[in-house]
Design a protein around this ligand. Structure first.
Ligand code: HEC
Length: 268
């Protein structure tokens, strides 16, 4: 049912990935490769990990394939880019630098361990969603910083040059070391996965710059309070609560970055 609705709306990505044997796309500058679970099973060993899962907020066991080995099969080597972009069916699109990712073990899980039961659902705002078709799981579990992407409903992994892919987020006036620059780094690690600026970034949440930048219609005080805890404005918001994981100084920097982008609107 869901497949049909998404297809009618024109989300071709969803149509492909909701098919019976789900397909994972690995994309590089040299093209894309598609892998079904059956193909991956033939070519790679299956890993089983039990970890403390930050989405389910408890211990979970999954079966999957090494992210590193999947990237190798897909031809995603460090000479072709420096940033991994995970693309989920719902528009969630976190990124992580290839260098950081390669220092930690991750798997592309395709089922709960044993595969006997259905995927347990994850709460996302007011909805409960299945992690299918694929889920990015990190071996170190919830001990890792919150910037690590635990992407569920994963359909596609792309290796890009961050500067090229996200050029519209990074104006020439952004000087290293400034409050705006620090805000940009935090935005990239924590916000870009859901939000876009100049339409570059995740599609799960609103665009924050064009045509109106959020600092043009939110008061500074409300904006900071909202970013700290969106649920204090909108109950069961899909936006995570950042209170406790981002300091007020970090939020000030993010707002400084958003303000800077007001003068850097790009429409095409
Ligand atoms: C998991 C996805 C997600 C992440 C990560 C996220 N947001 Fe959001 N955000 C949302 C959603 C969904 C909305 C709109 C619905 C709502 O307000 O509940 C929203 C709304 C907003 C709004 C209000 C936009 C408007 O025009 O009303 C601002 C500002 C905002 N987010 C800033 C941020 C910042 C800054 C970060 C990073 C520190 C961030 N968000 C991280 C999902 C996210």
């Amino acid at each position: 049912m869901r497949t049909i609705i998404l297809c009618m709306l024109g989300f071709s990505l969803s149509c492909v990935a909701m098919a019976a044997d789900p397909t994972l796309k690995v994309v590089t500058t040299e093209g894309e490769k598609n892998f079904t679970v059956a193909e991956l099973r033939k070519r790679l060993p299956i890993l089983t990990w039990t970890i403390q899962d930050p989405n389910f907020k408890k211990e979970k066991s999954f079966d999957g394939f090494s992210l590193q080995q999947v990237l190798e099969l897909g031809g995603a080597s460090s000479d072709k880019g420096d940033e991994l972009v995970f693309q989920a069916l719902d528009g969630y699109s976190p990124t992580i630098s290839l260098e950081v990712a390669s220092k930690h073990e991750a798997m592309i899980a395709f089922q709960e361990h044993g595969g006997k039961s259905q995927w347990q659902r994850i709460q996302q705002g007011k909805a409960w969603v299945s992690p299918a078709p694929f889920y990015v799981v990190w071996k170190e579990g919830k001990a890792l910083p919150e910037s690590f992407p635990w992407s569920y409903q994963l359909a596609r992994i792309e290796l890009v040059s961050f500067q090229k892919k996200y050029a519209k987020l990074y104006p020439a006036s952004l000087t290293k070391g400034s409050s705006e620059y620090k805000g940009f780094i935090t935005f990239k690690e924590r916000c870009l996965r859901c939000h876009s600026i100049n339409l570059q970034g995740g599609e799960l949440a609103p665009e924050l710059n064009i045509p109106k930048n959020v600092t043009e219609y939110w008061s500074a005080a409300d904006l900071k309070a909202f970013i700290l805890d969106a649920t204090s404005y909108r109950l069961k918001s899909k936006m995570p609560v950042f209170k406790g994981s981002l300091s007020t100084a970090e939020i000030d920097d993010v707002v400084a970055y958003l303000k800077l982008m007001k003068a850097n609107k790009i429409y095409n």
